[in-house]
Design a protein around this ligand. Structure first.
Ligand SMILES: [Zn+2]
Length: 550
């Protein structure tokens, strides 16, 4: 420690001596390592491509041609990239990192092609983990099955009469519980909950719970202990490093998780950078309104995540006009309008960013107008709308007028495109997943995945944004092709614009001198190869703070 201090003190003097004694040819600065002969997409303001980069103490100290960098810097560790392609580390501007980690211990029901397959996977999970108190699963989507009706508890009761079962729909806005779980949670036909519904058939609960009704059961699941929580974070980290993520925006954390993240980062075991969006709990508000936003090397706590409505798939998204396939249903507002206004005022007064989940056009309007009333026209508060999924053309303009950031997830477009038209009707569908329209208004987009609702791989998002096709290149030409993003826009959305949406564009999001050395090396150049190949491009290395983590 003392030695480092002395060498830091000596540094300016040493430079000064070098400058005065050899004025023409400056001595090359010694750095930890240099990358040369690569294709380095810096994503700087002119979107320039460099060949070489020098890194010291976890920070980029220079980029340029191989010749330029080799003459300005010296090192004992020279890495010849031999043409390999480098990008800034990917940022997922909206995901559920911690929940994903916990969910790795759940039955994965994503991609099931029938209800029977869901049952098979649950039986398999039970064989693997016969002793867990609850049998939990997530990720089913009845829209992918031959029979598109919601399932009921009958088969779960038959297969699992003695263990409580709760399986959550892919969007997290609906879940199916078996009888054991309903009884343990005290849910009956008479149960009522604001912003949610216990679905009944012939006067009895079918087991299906919509929106806030899911909490009636999920809150009864025993909480994971500290060891399980730690495992969740470390396992999630291992997975996301393998797909090139270096920062994740975790959309909704409680104080205990923020504290655990802080301590694991402090101990060095958790190296991923986390932008934490806090849940609007009393505990979080008490703690952080007192101290203000928190910014550390790898943890930044500066925002609250609020929910306004449900999801489109389960018809919980709040629409101005009824669902095209359910003419008596407008969806659900999860809290009264004054709640959003109160939250906006509180967060504004305490210097926090407000990030609100808005899917339906009515929810988007309500929250945009609430933001507008508190923010006014000229502001740098960078408040975000999470998802911004269905937004009327009139409301799209509010993004630029009030400097509001659309935080969108391109894989939602390609997951929902098969049935979004049924829910919305043709005309309204044109204003959904309108990423290019939103970009034109807002000037930037923060891109994310919303994993575990979607896959963790940011290149799936890149491909979905640019091609607007599924993995089978369907539909030809792309879904609502006028809303495609260019490759440059998509890359910016997952790097520099995402950093901006976190108030971090000065320190990350591009590869420039002075910024942290967070970068990825990909097997191919996603800016040049045929677009269908971008989705499955492999990550060769992931580097965080100058250190290889994958
Ligand atoms: Zn989310």
């Amino acid at each position: 420690m003392k030695k480092l201090f002395i060498s830091l003190l000596l540094l300016p003097g040493a430079l000064f001596t070098a400058c005065t004694s050899v004025p023409e040819s400056q001595q090359p600065q010694h750095v930890d390592y240099m990358l040369t002969n690569g294709t380095i997409y810096t994503v700087d303001s002119s979107f320039s491509v460099s060949e070489a980069m020098a890194v010291s103490n976890g920070v980029i100290v220079g980029t340029g041609t191989t010749q330029d960098i080799s003459s300005r810097f010296s090192t004992d560790s020279l890495v010849d990239l031999k043409g390999q392609v480098v990008y800034p580390g990917f940022i997922d501007a909206h995901c559920h990192f911690y929940r994903y980690g916990l969910g790795l211990q759940w039955a994965d029901l994503t991609g099931t092609s029938s209800w029977e397959e869901v049952l098979q996977r649950l039986e398999e999970q039970r064989r693997q983990y016969p002793n867990t108190d609850w049998l939990l699963g997530r990720g089913w989507d009845q829209n992918d099955w031959p029979v598109k009706e919601f399932p009921t508890r009958a088969d779960l009761d038959r297969l699992f009469p003695n263990v409580p079962v709760l399986i959550t729909r892919v969007d997290g806005h609906a879940a199916l519980a078996n009888s054991k779980a309903l009884v343990l949670s005290g849910v009956t036909a008479a149960s009522k909950v604001e912003g949610g519904r216990v679905v009944l058939q012939n006067g009895n609960p079918t087991g299906l719970l919509i929106d806030n009704a899911v909490d009636l059961v999920s809150t009864k699941i025993p909480a994971p202990d500290l060891q399980e929580q730690t495992t969740a974070l470390l396992e999630a980290q291992r997975k996301v490093f393998a797909v090139g993520l270096t920062t994740v925006d975790d959309a909704g954390l409680d104080l205990s998780t923020v504290n655990l993240i802080d301590s694991l980062q402090g101990a060095g075991s958790l190296q991923i950078r986390i932008y934490a969006m806090l849940n609007p709990t009393e505990e979080n508000m008490l703690r952080f309104f007192e101290s203000g936003p928190l910014k550390k090397d790898r943890l930044h706590v500066s925002s609250f995540k609020i929910y306004s409505d449900g999801a489109l798939g389960s018809r919980g998204a709040l629409l101005l006009n009824p669902y095209s396939d359910d003419p008596h249903n407008h969806g659900l507002l999860l809290s009264q309008p004054f709640y959003f206004e109160e939250m906006a005022k509180k967060l504004h007064a305490n210097g926090f960013q407000m990030n609100t989940h808005c899917i339906g056009d009515s929810a988007n309007r309500l929250v945009l107008d609430t933001y507008a009333g508190v923010l006014g026209e000229h502001n740098d508060r960078r408040w975000r709308i999470e998802h911004a999924q269905v937004v009327t053309r009139e409301d799209q303009q509010k993004y630029s007028r009030y400097n509001i950031i659309p935080s969108v997830q391109p894989t939602h477009a390609t997951s929902d495109m098969y049935w979004a038209g049924e829910r919305l009707g043709q005309e309204r569908e044109r204003t959904a997943y309108a990423y290019q329209d939103l970009l034109k208004q807002a000037g930037l987009l923060a891109l994310g995945s919303d994993f575990p609702i979607e896959d963790i791989n940011p290149l799936y998002g890149f491909y979905a944004a640019v091609a607007r096709q599924d993995e089978k290149s369907w539909p030809e030409g792309g879904y609502q092709a006028e809303n495609k993003l260019s490759r440059e826009e998509a890359l910016k959305g997952m790097t520099i614009w995402a950093a901006y949406s976190n108030f971090e564009e000065q320190e990350k999001g591009s590869l420039e001198a002075g910024k942290v050395a967070d970068f990825v090396v990909l097997e191919k150049d996603i800016m040049k190869i045929p677009v269908r190949e971008t989705r499955d491009t492999r990550v060769l290395h992931t580097i965080v703070g100058g250190k290889k983590v994958y």
